[in-house]
Design a protein around this ligand. Sequence first.
Ligand code: NAD
Ligand code: UFG
Length: 340
Amino acid sequence: MSILVTGGAGYIGSHTCVSLLKAGFDIVVLDNLCNSKGSAVKYIKEITGKDFTFYRYDLRDIESVQSVFEKETIEAVIHLAGYKAVGESVRKPLMYYENNILGTLNLLKCMRERNVKKLIFSSSATVYTGALGKAPFQALTEESPLAVTNPYGRTKLMIEEILSDLYQSDPEWNIISLRYFNPIGAHESGLLGDDPNGIPNNLMPYIVQVAAGKLEKLNVFGDDYDTKDGTGVRDYIHVTDLADGHVAALKKLKNFSGIFTVYNLGTGRGYSVLEIIKTFSKINGIEIPYVIAPRREGDVDMCFADPSKAERELGWKATRNLEDMCRDSWNFQKTVLQID
Ligand code: NAD
Ligand code: UFG
């Protein structure tokens, strides 16, 4: 029996594959490599010393997804495949709805056909951010109000609603939606990490490119937020901790008989942009030139998790600190530079 990992060649998916293999699970990976490289699959095998089948298939093509379920004995699915850039989703909403929603519907249909009813879905803290700012900020629990402000976020919330409807219609399904906060960091080997194409949108990939001399300076988006130093505060979590959260969720899923539930995966601590720059510089010995720039549209002051439900029910807790995250992010970038 195998665990099917969709999006398993991507940033979070590749680390999740490593955690699953290390925990003794057999896996099958499906990814169309639209935002990742085949070399990630090679590195997952190298790091773990284990083999698995990789299908370069697209979830929008239901026949190829069906063929995977025909060839493999799938016990559960971890579904990470999808597009994830907020700004791009505003410019190309149909592309986002088609890939994220249609891809998920195809997967769910194939699962139902084969009576595979265990699923872990990659959701996001973005489902909360549209509701922030109306009341004083409190650490986000799974019961916090939900609201989204862009098509990407809407796909995540819609999929959670689709999954909830599916469970209502057939309580034999076992579904966990994991709401990730801000994953950064990389595998300690330096072989797996976040390597976006073009100019990065997210903070840490941008910082490492400044450190590498590929970009001149960081624009800090706003220093007049209602936070400790005026810059935005987020809950950064090491991607390996996040990956381990999937293993904890999978173990829990095996014991459930009929459930739909959600968990926040974060550390419960918020760091500001300036704190990230300072820690990165200190741990890696590299100055990061930056300027204060205008606020970025759609950003919130503060966003961090109350991760206690995951600790209580999954026995999972993030263990790596910000220094680990900054060191591993840079270590990965150095490896990329050597390969490039
Ligand atoms: P990623 O782009 O690195 O990984 C996604 C993978 O899915 C890629 O390898 C891509 O090639 C693949 N993919 C996309 N569409 C596909 C399709 N139609 N068929 C097959 N494969 C397809 O992104 P990531 O950061 O690893 O994110 C993984 C998941 O976690 C996504 O669903 C994302 O929305 C969610 N998420 C990410 C973050 C974050 O900050 N990185 C935060 C919250 C949630
Ligand atoms: N920031 C800068 N300069 C940059 C990039 C970011 O100052 O060049 C700031 C942002 O203003 C924010 C913080 O750094 O205060 C973090 O920004 P990111 O873009 O790294 O992350 P976000 O919290 O905006 O969004 C990320 C993902 C979303 C996801 C969300 C919650 O991009 O998809 O985390 O999980 F929904």
